[in-house]
Design a protein around this ligand. Structure first.
Ligand SMILES: Cc1ncc(C[n+]2csc(CCOP(=O)(O)OP(=O)(O)O)c2C)c(N)n1
Ligand SMILES: [Mg+2]
Length: 739
């Protein structure tokens, strides 16, 4: 038999040989088949009877008797072929014979279990000869419980049901973690997202089969879109029933395939610990995201009878999980290629008008925002962020240009169009950021043609590189690790002219609005400004915001509907991990549950959910969850009695035909009170400061609602779909100014 290397050489044979090599092949084939059985020699005859030119050399590859008849000539032929490939590479082909060393990502050390381990052999007498005996005699549910302990899970969000009962039974009164029962599994998913977003730890969800699992699809897609680590465990019918349309059976692995990073059905109790390890590893490594583990009831109800390999039950060890070079693992964060980082530093040092465009990736590590600040301070470089990057850079810093994009700051949009070098950090050039793609950053593209600048993209996920915007310098690797190597190479260059230009635009094109007049409804901007002002007094770093989706939030969705962000425009973000908003998917109903999850993750903080009336209505029942567990979520409801964001589009592009966007709301005051939530209402500007104060000072461990009746406003600036960023529609008050 051919050994492995020889086989791959055989695969490298050309599909159409030259005449001489085909002749050689014939000789080889004839000889080979003489030395094998009769059936084969008949086959050989069949081949030799045809023109020798047509003999496919691939035959060597596909013959079931490959290798048996491999003659000396055959081997020689393969060697010659390889020599030919190599010599052509060094002479005729542009590809180098000796390939350059692969990037750091491709040279990762082998997986090692580095977990500080109370479960290591010395510490754990149950581990003998590499096998862990401590699970013997435990049910699948109990193993789940034990694995949560080993993964240091402190919080689970979930909802029980028949197929997952063995697990719920095993976690009954668990001393290891707290459990929050939402009113709907979607709530559990968004709570886990909010928790993950503020703690940096994966959010854990536990639900039943069928509808329990399908109700978590939206949060999983949401987490996938925004790169949030989440581990979902769901029940499943017994393995013997899978595929039989059993009660509450759903093909959850199939359904969730496209909205998870990875999913698996555990078919044997002995696999359970290993699968749980894999789930945590995949959810938290590379670009974080959701994973799903499907747990058939017979697996969680079964009792484990034999010990299992110790590595399979040790967090951090993932035997069988192939090392994906594009997804560096946690604790093994690899920067991008050093030579590319040096090139990036050179490009930045030479730039006249550089700009940093920072996304969520910067906050993957607590060091990220510090490094970003150093990069901006040393280089004298202005910073704009994506929606998910809000908080990565202190927006009160002079160099902050705030959020970019469709409803971002006008001055950020102008600046990125004028910049000669765009430094994208852990951001993926969402279409809401770029506007019309081929008009994005024209000055940087021109500088790239002239060799004086361009777009540098620091990114962890290969698929995001050159997906929407071509980067002249893509640096694939952990963004924070790359930044750590980049910053020391950045020179202090005087860029005061460029910074002054950005500053002047900031003054010229501020976020603006016409204040409400006597007897008019409050403007949503006035409410956000009041919140911002009072929060400054208390201390911005003590605040976390969650949002729904709409004008109160800020983004525009692909179907042409718009959501604008009062919360982004009128709140100056100061700290990382302090903004919890559904960016990529734009999920209405996100605000209350994600705010609850955030508050659970950071109970000492003021967690304010900025919500719209329509978004709030989608998941308002979760206020009862906050009531039950005394979770002090503060909901600031901007009630315009409309799906305001959609209304804005109907105004602008559908001739004011308000097709099903007016909201006939319940009495939110009574609704909140019915769920043990203190309710406050504000209708005038005069009472706003006092009501806001009452809202903020309400005990931080009880839920409270401040409902502000606001007018229906358009959100500006706005980049219409299909337009360039600099073609944004400014607020009417700014329209006579030119950039
Ligand atoms: C689940 C879901 N359904 C529909 C939409 C489309 N959509 C985006 S914003 C919006 C209206 C939001 O209204 P509201 O929550 O009151 O916020 P406002 O714009 O009035 O501030 C709609 C229907 C969505 N983003 N998510
Ligand atoms: Mg509304």
């Amino acid at each position: 038999m051919l050994g492995r290397p020889s086989r791959s050489l055989a695969r490298a044979l050309p599909a159409r040989p030259s005449a001489s090599s085909a002749l050689l092949s014939t000789a080889v084939v004839q000889k080979r088949f003489r030395s094998t059985d009769r059936k084969s020699s008949e086959k050989a005859k069949l081949h030799t009877s045809s023109s020798t030119q047509q003999l496919p050399p691939a035959f060597v590859e596909y013959s079931p008797h490959r290798g048996k008849g491999m003659t000396v000539e055959g081997k020689q032929r393969v060697r010659e072929h390889v020599r030919r490939i190599q010599s052509s590479a060094s002479t005729n082909s542009p590809a180098a014979a000796v390939r350059p060393a692969p990037a750091a990502h491709f040279q990762q050390p082998p997986n090692q279990n580095t977990a500080a381990s109370p479960y290591a052999a010395e510490a754990n007498p149950n581990i003998r000869d590499g096998y862990d005996h401590s699970f013997v005699g435990l049910s699948g549910g109990q193993i789940f419980h034990e694995m949560m302990l080993r993964h240091d899970v402190k919080q689970v969000f979930g909802y029980p049901g028949g197929a997952i009962l063995p697990v719920f039974d095993a976690i009954h009164n668990s001393p290891h973690f707290d459990f929050v029962l939402p009113r709907h599994e979607q709530g559990a998913g968004h709570m886990a997202e909010g928790y993950a977003r503020v703690t940096g730890k994966p959010g854990v969800v536990l639900v039943t089969s069928g509808p329990g699992a399908t109700n978590v699809i939206t949060p999983m897609q949401d987490a996938l879109s925004d790169g949030i680590p989440m581990v979902v465990f769901c029940g499943q019918v017994a393995t013997s029933l899978v595929g039989s349309d059993a009660f509450q059976e759903a093909d959850v692995v199939g359904i969730s395939r496209s909205c998870t990073k990875w999913n698996v059905m555990v078919k044997d109790i002995a696999e359970l610990p290993r699968r749980i390890n894999e789930a945590f590893k995949i959810a938290t490594s590379g670009r974080p995201g959701p994973v799903l583990v499907d747990l058939p009831k017979d697996v969680t109800a079964a009792i484990l009878r034999t010990p299992i390999p110790a590595k399979a039950v040790t967090p951090g060890a993932t035997p069988g999980l192939p090392q994906n070079p594009l997804h560096p693992t946690v604790g093994n964060k690899q920067p991008g290629d050093a030579s590319l980082i040096t090139k990036a530093a050179d490009m930045i040092n030479r730039a006249k008008r550089p700009i940093i465009y920072a996304g969520n990736g910067v906050m993957a590590d607590p060091e990220g925002p510090e490094l970003l600040k150093k990069l901006a301070d040393i280089g004298g470089i202005p910073v704009t962020t994506t929606l998910q990057g809000l908080g990565a850079f202190d927006e009160r810093d002079e160099k902050s240009l705030h959020m970019i994009g469709m409803h971002g700051a006008a001055y950020a949009n102008y600046a990125i169009q004028e910049a000669d070098v765009v430094i994208a950090l852990g951001a993926r050039f969402d279409d809401r950021v770029t506007g019309k793609v081929d008009t994005f950053a024209p000055a940087a593209r021109q500088a790239a043609l002239e060799g004086t600048g361009g777009i540098i993209h620091f990114e962890i996920q290969a698929k995001n590189v050159n997906k929407i915007i071509e980067a002249q310098l893509p640096v694939l690797g952990d963004v924070v690790a790359s930044l750590a190597e980049l910053v020391p190479q950045i020179k202090n260059v005087d860029r005061s002219a460029w910074l002054n230009r950005c500053k002047a635009n900031k003054e010229k094109y501020p976020f603006t609005f016409s204040p409400s007049q006597e007897g008019q409804r409050l403007k949503p901007q006035e409410v956000m400004k009041e919140l911002n002002a009072q929060a400054e007094v208390i201390g911005k770093e003590k605040f976390i915001l969650s949002t729904g989706v709409g004008q109160h939030q800020a983004s525009i969705r692909g179907d042409g509907t718009a959501a604008v962000m009062w919360a982004c425009q009128y709140w100056r973000h100061a700290a990382p991990r302090s903004f919890v908003s559904s960016g990529g998917l734009g999920t209405m109903g996100f605000g209350v549950p994600s705010g609850i999850g955030a508050k659970v993750g950071a109970p000492e903080k003021y967690v304010i959910n900025i919500d719209g009336d329509a978004s709030f209505s989608m998941t308002a029942m979760e206020l009862q969850t906050a009531n039950q567990y005394s979770i002090g979520l503060k909901t600031l409801l901007l009630n315009n009695e409309f799906q305001g964001m959609v209304e804005q589009w109907q105004d602008l592009f559908y001739e004011e035909r308000y097709s099903h966007t007016r909201m006939h709301n319940p009495d939110f005051q009574q609704l909140a009170e019915a769920m043990g939530t203190k309710a406050i209402k504000c209708t005038t500007m005069e009472e706003l400061p006092a009501k806001m104060k009452e809202f903020l000072e309400y005990p931080n461990d009880r839920p409270v609602l401040l409902e502000c009746m606001v007018s229906s406003e358009h959100v500006y600036p706005m980049v219409p779909a299909g337009k360039a960023l600099h073609e944004q529609i400014l607020h009417p008050l700014l329209r006579n100014k030119t950039a």
